[in-house]
Design a protein around this ligand. Structure first.
Ligand code: NAD
Ligand code: AHE
Ligand code: ZN
Length: 370
């Protein structure tokens, strides 16, 4: 079949809207009509050539929602007509990682996914006879895409696509980092670095679980108003502040340091600041941001010797098929907000504008509707 898609032919070049050839689902796979997709900073990072796993030409996008249109042989978990969210972190429920119950990082298809291929080692997309790579196993910047059935979460039919697509990455990552990874307790002091599409969801997750002080840190002063909308109690504009000054200020604001801090910037210097502003003896710092290829984090080991804990989280620690439908319920029941964070709704033809808005700090989430 044919599908309209925004293709990343080369790094650092705008996406091009073209008609691709798409092979139908093979055994264990499903064909999904993507109805809406968000644009996450990780898409921009890959398009900018900063992802060590980045492949071109490819169909980017990993924050979608859509409808199953066809299932391949052997698929029993979903049916045509089901509303679904594609999962870049699948949940096979059979691999060592899934069975461990210690991680959400299912390993069933990770190797081929990182190579831009389906589990059988081939791609379903092509353009003028040349293969086009999948991205994060999702490729939601295409009107139709194919995924393994272990990488789709069935969701309720009454959730609007325009907003529920954001649960495919940003919402689940931010809220999940609080609930699943950090397991923030009521009354905790929380510090969030980077109040964009992910950080604001950390804030609303922290509010949902009853955190006491929720301090947001950003260089963009406009983000103060955004943070306050979702439960931030204090704001620190760290522009022009050294690491030491930022840490000292946060220690003052939290009476000794953060119980939990989160990096949602992807900046390795900020990750260090986030760790070092955590409370001596017990503070935990969670790395959410994805750093450019080649970047490394460092700190004095003394920071860990004296009880701070450095952790990371992918997809908010959520087990996609199990947890994503629950997060959709939280949204539909009003426990978390999504609508105000969707600042721009674009057509596929306007997708590059979504990247520009993100780089200029003018959007929280842009969503493309097919
Ligand atoms: P975004 O562009 O919407 O927001 C980033 C925010 O960080 C902006 O408000 C920006 O002003 C702020 N910022 C940038 N540099 C800063 C600094 N030095 N100090 C303080 N604030 C700073 O991006 P997003 O979509 O929210 O994504 C944030 C990060 O999370 C990215 O690195 C993205 O790749 C990553 N991410 C990780 C996961 C995961 O599973 N671990 C999932 C989604 C996104
Ligand atoms: N491919 C990169 C790392 C990119 C990365 O860390 N991705 C996150 C999700 S970001 C979503 O917006 C993730 O889930 N990582 C776990 C995984 O298995 O990819 C690199 O550095 O190679
Ligand atoms: Zn993402």
């Amino acid at each position: 079949m044919k599908t309209r898609a925004a293709v990343a032919f080369e790094a650092k070049k705008p996406l091009e809207i073209v008609e691709l050839d798409l092979e139908g689902p093979k055994a264990g796979e499903v064909l999904i009509e993507i109805m809406a997709t968000g644009i996450c900073h990780t898409d921009a990072y890959t398009l900018d050539g900063l992802d060590s796993e980045g492949l071109f030409p490819s169909v980017l996008g990993h924050e979608g929602a859509g409808i199953v249109r066809e299932v391949g042989p052997g698929v029993t978990s979903v049916n045509p007509g089901d509303h679904v969210i594609p999962l870049y972190t699948p949940e096979c429920r059979q691999c060592k990682s899934c069975l461990s119950q210690k991680t959400n990082l299912c390993t069933a298809i990770r190797a081929t996914q990182g190579k831009g291929l389906m589990p059988d080692g081939t791609t379903r997309f092509s353009y003028k006879g040349q293969p086009i790579f999948h991205y994060m196993g999702c490729s939601t910047f295409s009107n139709f895409t194919v995924l393994p059935d272990i990488a789709v979460a069935k969701i309720r039919d009454d959730a609007p696509f325009q907003t529920s697509c954001y649960i495919g990455c940003g919402v689940t990552t931010g809220v999940g980092a609080v609930v699943h990874t950090a397991k923030v307790e009521p009354g905790s002091n929380v510090v969030v670095f980077g109040l964009g599409g992910i950080g604001l969801n950390v804030i609303q997750g922290a509010k949902m679980v009853g955190a006491n002080r929720i301090i947001g840190v950003d260089l963009n002063p406009d983000r103060e108003e955004w943070g306050r909308k979702f439960g931030m109690t204090h704001f620190l504009n760290s522009k022009g502040m050294s690491r030491e000054e930022t840490i000292a200020k946060i220690i003052e604001m939290t009476d000794g340091g953060a119980d939990y801090s989160f990096d949602a910037t992807g900046n390795t210097e900020v990750m260090r600041t986030a760790l070092e502003c955590a409370h001596r003896g017990w503070g935990e710092s969670i790395v959410i941001g994805v750093a450019e290829a080649g970047k490394e984090i460092s700190t004095r080991p003394f920071q860990l010797v004296t009880g701070r804990v450095w952790k990371g989280t992918a997809f908010g620690g959520a087990r996609g098929r199990t947890d994503v439908p629950k997060i959709v319920d939280w949204y539909m029941d009003g426990k978390i907000a999504i609508d105000p964070m969707i600042t721009h709704v674009l057509s596929l033809e306007e997708i590059n504008k979504g990247f520009d808005l993100m780089h200029k700090g003018e959007s929280i989430r842009s969503v493309v509707m097919f």
